[in-house]
Design a protein around this ligand. Structure first.
Ligand code: FES
Ligand code: FES
Length: 156
């Protein structure tokens, strides 16, 4: 079945079964491989993308539930003001170790800061708790989120 979807500001028509997870459409049909497969059960956060700015787990989101919503992936998050600040902070703080989880981490962090520009530590913990990092980069992730918050303040 054909589905019209918008990803990173581009319109696509994809011919897949309606229950195909968005993750596989992004990776296998559109070639956007920055979004990762981890668990396939909404437990690890590696597959996190934005649906109308909200962080979702693309591994459990069927393509027939996307409709006219706007999907944003790690390939385009740097084009937003928040995403750009988050990515810079990730680089400055040298967050990444193996990197596998980091697309999802950045997408969750960007979704948090887009709706809550001044998150408390508890807000950060709540927003990031579903993103697992087997390399244990959690301290640097939190530092980077705080840097992204501060850099927003410096911009005025
Ligand atoms: S692959 Fe989607 S949450 Fe783990
Ligand atoms: S950086 Fe390796 S899993 Fe997070």
């Amino acid at each position: 079945m054909a589905f019209s979807i918008e990803v990173n500001g581009m319109a696509y028509v994809v011919d897949v079964d309606g229950d195909t997870p968005l993750l596989w459409v992004l990776r296998d049909v559109l070639g956007l491989t920055g979004t990762k497969f981890g668990c396939g059960k909404a437990l690890c956060g590696a597959c996190t993308v934005h649906q109308d700015g909200v962080a979702i787990r693309s591994c459990i989101t069927p393509i027939d539930g996307i409709g006219t919503s706007r999907i944003t992936t790690i390939e385009a998050i740097g084009e937003t003001a928040v995403g750009s600040r988050v990515q810079k902070a990730w680089l400055d703080r040298e967050v990444v170790q193996c990197g596998y989880c980091q697309s999802g981490q950045i997408m969750s962090a960007a979704a948090l800061l887009a709706t809550n520009p001044r998150p408390t530590d508890n807000d950060i913990d709540d927003a990031m708790s579903g993103n697992i990092c087997r390399c244990g980069t959690y301290v640097r992730i939190r530092d980077a989120i705080k840097q992204a918050v501060q850099s927003d303040g410096q911009r005025g």
